[in-house]
Write a protein that binds this ligand. Structure first.
Ligand code: AMP
Length: 115
């Protein structure tokens, strides 16, 4: 068994972080190191999927639920427009291998990924 991910530990209350929204299967927190005026993470409660490719193959409806919550949060925290980023693999910058979507919103510039 591998160690629980940082996101599982947040969900279980072992690491402090405000859960800003949740459904039965998905929850959202603020990224601890924001790269945009609004930078949220939308995360499945289950740690079964390491990245978005595994998730899309294994449970596409859960992926759709993540996108749905991202849209709701972008409307609540910004003007409804948002950028959705999934890092897949260490070479792409993935550091937490419990699939999560970065939701970036609020005055994003066109040229860069983050802000
Ligand atoms: P990634 O690099 O795509 O795996 O994204 C992991 C993200 O998790 C990074 O943007 C981190 O800033 C964020 N992160 C790591 N630990 C925490 C934490 N305790 N609370 C909130 N966000 C975190």
């Amino acid at each position: 068994m591998s160690e629980p991910s940082v996101f599982t530990r947040i969900l279980q209350g072992e690491i402090p972080s405000e859960i800003i929204a949740q459904t039965d299967r998905v929850f959202a927190i603020r990224d601890i190191a924001p790269q945009a005026p609004v930078h949220l993470l939308v995360i499945p409660k289950s740690a079964d999927y390491r990245d978005v490719v595994e998730l899309a193959a294994g449970d596409p409806s859960l992926l759709a639920e993540m996108v749905e919550l991202a849209a709701v949060l972008a409307a609540e925290h910004a003007d409804g427009d948002f950028r959705l980023i999934f890092n897949r693999g260490a070479g792409a910058g993935q550091t937490v291998f419990h699939v999560h979507a970065h939701v970036l919103a609020g005055s994003l510039s066109e040229g860069s990924l983050g802000g």
